[in-house]
Ligand binder design. Sequence first.
Ligand SMILES: [Zn+2]
Length: 238
Amino acid sequence: MKLDILVLAVHPDDAELGCSGTIAKHIAMGKKVGIVDFTRGELGTRGSAEIRDLEAADSAKILGLHARENLRFKDGFFANDEAHKIAVIKMIRKYQPEIILTNALHDRHPDHGRAGDLANDACFLSGLSKISTNIEGQEQEAWRPRLILQYIQDRYIEPDIIVDITPYIQTKIDSIKAFKTQFFNPDHEEAETYISSPEFFDSVIGRAREFGKSIGTTYGEGFTCRKLLGVNDLFNLS
Ligand SMILES: [Zn+2]
């Protein structure tokens, strides 16, 4: 299935924290959007890989995703090497997205930056026809997405572009809360972590509020881009 937007995220819940409002907005506009998670987040202090699989499936339903897959890379220890690049290239060629959204290039969690670099490298290499890949016995065609944006997740980064997600803030909150073991949930009994405190959840909403305020709306999600962004129609800018 061809997707319009493919989100590449190293941990299940990164996409929700970073860009679920943008995902929900584009699905409402009729675009096809999917997520490929790189790991099952098995090193997370709370929950387990199996529970996070179920949570990711719940969130996919909330967002109305057209696809969600997990590459089962090793949480914390995957490398930006040939084998991992080929695995990501296969997903890019399988879904042929116009736009990729991926992890921030610098963040608190070291996996995020490594995944952002891996995604960027794979997007470029995916366009080279001499790199041969196949999936389920079928040779794949070269495919290079035309735009890669990094969502801003934990550390504050000055965005290059902000998407107004005001009508979709509740969908964003619901998709994050689908990860019941990870975020603030007074009914959950495991030890509190950095991301399970009420203050962390407030900071996610506060960040969306600040980005929204910066563009004159209520809620927004910020993205960075390695290349300069162009626009054909000035009236598409706000
Ligand atoms: Zn993460």
